[in-house]
Unconditional design. Structure first.
Length: 273
């Protein structure tokens, strides 16, 4: 099993600390998102001037990098922002080649008062430029099921119209169910052919502003068992990545608690499914 964790779980850890946690809890890879609180982690020596040393540390520990999670969003009609995104993507692609990973995560972004048709047009226009860069570096852009683009019905048109081997999906298994209201079977029927990576989290409904609270995997009502079984039946071979959002939600359990528990939980699913 390919087991990974997002660095959102450990917002204060440096690369040595992240590697130590991965080895201690039985993970195979790191999903690099925020690093020490910074989304543009190429600003740190570890991912710029010292990136070869970082790669050697990861490799020596028997680990890999599952994905570089950028904050780039498709929803912008600002030419300046698009130019900045293209510059930023090149930096992520440069890191990909040195850390031996093929994936850069992107978001759809907020559609605001636009129609879905208008939003799709904007997304495709921006995406076409980004994909030309990804193809140059032989890197795959992964659109995450998130926010206004959480469900298969919202994303499928983009995937069909931008048919490219350099454009695939991250299935955030929480958002398709909780935000988009889709069953795992519905999501897979709509998007399964493009899913190459997964992000896992769990929650329960409450009366908070967002309407739910995050909890340890298996303790909420997201149908994680059904999702795992569905992936197994369809011979999914990508990473099972816990996206424990300690950086965004400091009130939830510490990263070490979640990483240990998720590894045990996902191996439990492996045994019973």
């Amino acid at each position: 099993m390919n087991l990974s964790f997002s660095t959102l779980a450990c917002p204060d850890s440096d690369i040595d600390g992240l590697i130590a946690k991965a080895k201690a809890y039985g993970y195979n890879a790191l999903d690099l998102s925020r690093y020490r609180g910074e989304s543009q982690f190429y600003k740190f020596p570890e991912f710029s001037t010292e990136i070869n040393l970082t790669n050697e540390k990861i490799k020596k520990a028997g680990l890999g990098v599952s994905c570089l999670c950028s904050p780039i969003r498709l929803m912008t009609d600002s030419s300046d922002q698009r130019a900045e995104d293209q510059i930023e993507l090149r930096k992520y692609c440069w890191m990909c080649k040195r850390l031996h990973t093929n994936y850069v995560r992107i978001f759809g972004g907020r559609i605001k008062d636009r129609s879905r048709e208008a939003a799709t047009h904007i997304a495709l226009s921006h995406l076409s430029k980004l994909l030309s860069i990804a193809e140059e570096y032989q890197v795959v852009l992964l659109l995450e099921t998130h926010g206004d683009w959480s469900g298969g019905t919202q994303i499928r048109s983009v995937m069909e119209q931008m048919d490219s081997p350099y454009f695939k999906l991250i299935w955030d298994v929480h958002h398709t169910y909780r935000i988009a209201g889709e069953s795992p079977e519905q999501t897979w029927a709509l998007l399964g052919e493009w899913i190459v990576h997964t992000h896992w989290k769990d929650s329960t409904l409450d009366d908070s502003e967002i309407g739910y609270r995050f909890c340890l995997p298996g303790e909420g009502d997201i149908p994680l068992k059904s999702i795992y079984r569905l992936l197994k039946q369809n011979r999914y071979s990508g990473y099972y990545t816990i996206e424990w959002e300690k950086f965004w939600h400091p009130e939830i359990d510490e990263g070490d608690v979640a990483l240990r528990q998720y590894a045990d939980y996902i191996h439990h699913l492996e045994r019973i499914c």
